[in-house]
Design a protein around this ligand. Structure first.
Ligand code: BGC
Length: 364
């Protein structure tokens, strides 16, 4: 399929799978993904903003408001418990995905994930930058402040990573989302406390999440000392540079991180992390697009174009992009079991379509 055609089908697929009230279904044909995630949703909305489909993006941000606006008593109760040093169970925190009509998802799921909350604040400020619709800040104020209070208080709590795993650790990619959200809103509204917290989060990452000159996948606090928990890299560490800017794309620590991603996780496409067993650990389209986006920002257009071509080669006749492909599997032995349990991977995955749009836009 040609690039323009795939751009058009990606936009159509995203629009067709947006609920009238604004939530994007993660994947319409993979039942466990029939919800709207704040993380996937924000990156999808951002891709729509970059594709001049700003109405779709705005509908999503209004949907987030619809989902979160009544949660003030809950966030206040959580903050009170934290101040009183009371134990807070993971299940008491906000969810990571919601029903399309905005209801909480009460199923068994790793719900305590902070990245989507930081990401949506960042995405909203990007939307306002692109459209000039600053009146949204007033309209969504209640939800913005609930999110700010939540992140300012709990940013350093161990929570599930962006792959919904390892809840006992803190993840630099998650911190990058929180940093990005607080910094972007702090700058837009000239709010010193938010900017100070963002600076603190950046310092925290730089002080505790570097091993052998590069970032690590996860950290934890042992005997009051923060240290690496999982020493290897995860491709989501790219988020520290693009889009959240914890460091520059050519920062030596980032360059060394990317070298490790290339050595350990790059084949034709990019895998998540070395120990990945989900689906046998395939190559992820959205991460390959992310890596291409990073390369484009670095000025390496040729490699970015190669990534775009690779992603495009995975589209089916309808222009649908899967979550991942079974190439260079990290653990082929766990693949048949996964297929027996789940069937084929999610197709289309809206987040894959979105990251294709972002990479394509970054090459313009
Ligand atoms: C991924 C998450 C994603 C969710 C929905 C999970 O398998 O690990 O990052 O948010 O699918 O796409």
């Amino acid at each position: 399929m040609e690039r323009e055609q795939l751009i058009n089908s990606s936009i159509s697929i995203i629009k067709l799978n947006q609920h009238p009230s604004g939530g994007y279904v993660a994947s319409p044909l993979f039942p466990p993904y029939s919800y709207s995630w704040l993380r996937d949703g924000t990156f999808i909305a951002n891709a729509m903003d970059r594709s001049m489909e700003t109405e779709s993006a705005e509908l999503f941000y209004r949907w987030v408001h619809h989902v979160l606006k009544d949660k003030r008593p809950r966030v206040d109760a959580l903050i009170r418990k934290q101040e009183a040093k009371e134990w807070i169970d993971r299940s008491e925190f906000f969810g990571t995905r919601y029903h399309l009509d905005g209801r909480d998802d009460l199923s068994e799921w790793g719900h305590f994930q902070l990245d989507g909350y930081g990401a949506w604040l960042w995405g909203l400020t990007e939307h306002i930058r692109i459209t000039g619709h600053s009146e949204l800040l007033n309209e969504l104020r209640e939800t913005i402040e609930i999110t700010v209070d939540y992140l300012m208080t709990f940013w350093h709590f161990p929570n599930f990573d962006c792959w919904e795993e390892f809840p006992d650790y803190v993840h630099p990619a998650t911190l990058a989302c929180v940093y990005g959200g607080l910094k972007a809103l702090g700058e837009l509204e000239n709010r010193a406390p938010l900017l100070e917290k963002a600076a603190l989060i950046k310092k925290f990452i730089m002080d505790h999440a570097i091993y052998e000159g590069r970032f690590v996948k996860s950290i934890h606090c042992l005997g009051e000392v923060w240290q690496p928990a999982l020493n290897g890299v995860d491709a989501s560490l790219l988020w520290l540079a693009v889009p959240f800017g914890v460091c520059e794309v050519n920062d030596p620590i980032m360059l060394k991180t990317v070298q490790a991603i290339e050595a350990d996780l790059k084949h034709g496409g990019i895998q998540r992390y070395v120990e990945d067993r989900y689906y046998g650990g395939g190559e992820w389209l959205l991460l390959t697009a992310w890596y291409g986006w990073y390369q484009a920002e670095l000025g390496n257009r040729e490699e970015a174009q190669r990534c775009l071509d690779w992603v495009m080669s995975k589209a089916d006749k309808l222009g649908r992009l899967p979550e991942q492909v079974a190439e260079s599997l990290r653990d082929p032995s766990s693949h048949p079991e996964w297929i027996a349990k789940w069937g084929e991977p999610a197709l289309p995955l809206l987040w894959s379509q979105a990251m294709f749009l972002v990479l394509s836009d970054s090459l313009k």
